[in-house]
Ligand binder design. Structure first.
Ligand code: LLP
Length: 431
């Protein structure tokens, strides 16, 4: 049974040990990103056990592109979902085999498509026009790629507008409602088109809605195959990509639908996905990483006024972009520890605003947060930061991206997965 998230005590215990290891953390490290590598590994194994053995679990690289983590997960037998050519190159650098890389994006150029086709990477086309581009390129290029098309099932939106992609109108995929016939015609026309892709949402979406979307596209795949058989086509749709999007827990004590429950719900509602007629692809990102990562950020100042207290700390909207710009949609639990990493206790609770270092008023990661008395030199531990945080890093004010440290349960050693950005890295970036 996978724990929904790491506890404050576990994070504090790891941080105490890390602070003692002077080769890992030095005084410049005012903020440090941690990954519990055991947690990532457990989630991957869980996924592999719950879906048919030949499933390609293409882990969404956009959720976490740290190369050393990618190389590790590749070793566990998963693939990579990429949403741009640079992400594709990162997947290649980390050693993913081409047939385990899934290339999604609504904006692939001819050159990018040709590169992916020549490399044998799985492509999910996002539109009829992209399918036609692929068709043209395949007239002159030999390819081992498997090719699919993304369908928008139009089943509705979740609670977070910016991550909902299965409403009536979406920039992703071909909307199914008015295009059924045309979609079937494209499968009839292009022999190489033999996969179907659907991705509904990321966080904020009720799981039954995700299942409804997958069911709707599965019905389409079955209909396409019936039509292909009726016309005696040799090859049928044989690959079904269910996307990612399983919501995770950002609130300690709130347990969302587990991957085990999700797989069981899918087996009930979409049994055809488990009976061998399709090879499955999944594209989870948040589920693998969000609850496996956390951040320690030093309290640089505490501003105390008669009616409010403000903690000024070293990460803000640069790392937690979504939280700062859409505070109602996103939440990160915060714990305070002392300068040695020990949990701060005490009955004297104050209310704090927790603000980052950046030069704008919206750089706030928590309001009215009740914490034990917090002082300069303490650290805040920000929970569940493993997905879509560093990968969405903002360069505003040119602050250096923090060091990333990995550790495993039951092991007192720490591995630097990525050094803190140096002054030279910064110069190079802006020149
Ligand atoms: N597949 C596709 C085609 C996607 O667009 C995504 C996420 C995933 C898979 C992975 O979804 P997951 O399992 O991680 O939920 N905080 C970011 C999230 C954007 C999600 C984008 N797509 C943001 O607010 O921009």
């Amino acid at each position: 049974m996978i724990k929904p998230n790491l506890s404050s005590a576990e994070m504090s215990s790891a941080f105490c040990k890390a602070l003692k290891d002077k080769t890992t953390i030095n005084p410049d490290d005012t903020a440090i990103v941690f990954y519990n590598l055991s947690s990532i590994q457990e989630r991957i194994i869980d996924l592999q056990n719950l879906f048919p053995q030949n499933t390609i679990h293409a882990i969404a690289l956009k959720a976490n592109p740290i190369t050393k983590i990618l190389s590790r997960i590749k070793g566990s037998g998963v693939g990579a979902e990429v949403a741009s050519l640079p992400e594709l190159h990162l997947a290649e650098k980390a050693g993913f085999a081409p047939e385990t890389i899934v290339f999604d994006s609504p904006c692939k150029t001819n050159a990018e498509i040709e590169y992916a086709l020549k490399s044998g990477i799985h492509i999910n086309a996002d539109s009829f026009d992209e399918l036609d581009r692929i068709g043209k390129i395949l007239e002159t290029v030999a390819s081992e790629s498997t090719i699919g098309v993304r369908i928008n099932p139009q089943v509705g939106a979740g609670t977070i507008k910016s991550t909902s992609v299965a409403g009536t109108i979406s920039k992703f995929g071909i909307p199914v409602n008015h295009n059924r016939e045309k979609i079937i015609a494209y499968f009839m026309k292009y022999d190489w088109l033999r996969a179907i892709h659907v991705h509904i949402d990321s966080q904020g979406c009720p799981v039954p809605l995700i299942i409804d979307g997958i069911r709707k596209v599965l019905d389409l795949a079955i209909e396409v195959n019936e039509e292909l058989k009726r016309h005696s086509h040799q090859s049928l749709v044989d690959t079904f990509d269910i996307g990612g999007g399983l919501p995770v827990s950002y609130h300690p004590g709130i347990n969302p639908v587990s991957m085990e429950q999700y797989a069981a719900m899918l087996k009930t509602s979409c049994s055809e996905l488990f009976n061998g007629q399709f090879r499955l692809i999944t594209e989870f990102g948040r589920y693998i990483y969000a609850n496996s990562g956390w951040v320690a950020s030093k309290v640089e100042y505490v501003k105390r006024e008669s009616d409010y207290n403000i903690i000024i700390t070293h990460v803000g909207a640069d790392l937690l972009l979504r939280k700062c710009y859409n505070p109602d949609d996103w939440y990160h639990h915060i714990t305070v520890v002392d300068k040695a990493g020990r949990l701060k206790t005490g009955t004297d609770i104050n209310k704090y605003m927790v603000a980052g270092p950046l030069c704008f008023a919206g750089d706030v990661i928590a309001m009215d947060l009740e914490l034990p008395v917090t002082e300069e030199g303490d650290y805040i531990l920000i929970h569940n930061t493993g997905a879509y945080t560093l990968s969405m890093w903002s360069r505003y004010n040119s602050r250096q991206m923090p060091k990333v440290i990995g550790y495993a349960d039951g092991n007192d050693t720490f591995e630097i997965l990525k050094e803190r950005e140096s002054k030279e890295d910064l110069f190079e970036f802006w020149s």
